[in-house]
Design a protein around this ligand. Structure first.
Ligand code: URA
Length: 229
């Protein structure tokens, strides 16, 4: 958000008094005096006015190894949710950056940083998501081309972006998709006459599920993971 608008909103200042306050050097963002009202201020930047801290909020980023059977939601009246697995005081602030179906397992990202989660999930960003998939029937060599060409999903009236299918064994494959439509991978296999029997997310962008995390385990992301792109 623009600093002049932020100051206006914070202090119920008029536009010109907010600009005067900023120009006079009374406003610091991230420990630095900023005199340009057009400068950007993020929701996690520390802001001081006349030396007083008026915004100070920590950003949290977690990876969780989601077990099967628990729901990717913050609340659910019937089932255990991924939030029930977290024992951190800021759990109530978090949201999920890219859900997994109830029976899917693996890498789930949680944060209170809306800008970051939008980057992860925004189709235009085309962040790769890598999955290990097992299927009921044999995976055909011709499926590789079908995944690359994309599938038409009539319900949304869209064709999926080119996806990569790497066949590991007759009924096991790695799939990389660059978007996250409802039940996307299950529907892609359904479109080639097959059925997914297990789905495990291994990687999102540059963030790989930590081998050291057991089912239901979680940890804070490193700075390099948060800034992977
Ligand atoms: N595709 C699916 O079908 N399910 C998931 O959980 C993730 C991708």
């Amino acid at each position: 958000m623009r600093l002049d608008r932020w100051v206006q909103g914070y202090g119920a200042y008029g536009r010109s008094s907010a600009r005067r306050l900023i120009a006079s050097g009374c406003v610091m963002v991230g420990g630095v005096v900023v005199r340009d009202g057009l400068a950007d201020v993020g929701e996690f930047d520390e802001v001081r006015i006349d030396g007083d801290v008026v915004q100070s909020r920590e950003a949290y980023y977690l990876m969780l190894n989601k077990p099967a059977g628990c729901v990717s939601a913050t609340v659910d009246s019937e089932h255990e949710t991924v939030m029930d697995l977290l024992d951190v005081p800021y759990a109530g602030e978090l949201h999920i950056a890219g859900r997994l179906d109830k029976e899917s397992t693996g890498l789930l990202l949680l944060t209170n940083d809306g800008r970051w989660s939008r980057l992860i999930t925004e189709p235009a960003e085309a962040i790769p998501k890598r999955y290990l998939v097992t299927t009921e029937g044999d995976i055909g060599l011709e499926d590789v081309e079908s995944f690359r060409e994309g599938f038409y999903f009539a319900y949304e009236d869209v064709t999926t972006l080119p996806a990569e299918l790497e066949i590991l064994t007759s009924r096991c494959a790695r799939v990389v998709i660059y978007e996250g439509k409802y039940h996307q991978i299950k529907r892609m296999f359904h479109a080639v006459g097959n059925r997914v029997t297990s789905l495990h997310r291994e990687m999102v962008g540059g963030i790989r599920l930590d081998d050291g995390l057991g089912e239901g385990g979680y940890r804070v992301l490193t700075e390099a993971e948060v800034d992977f792109w």
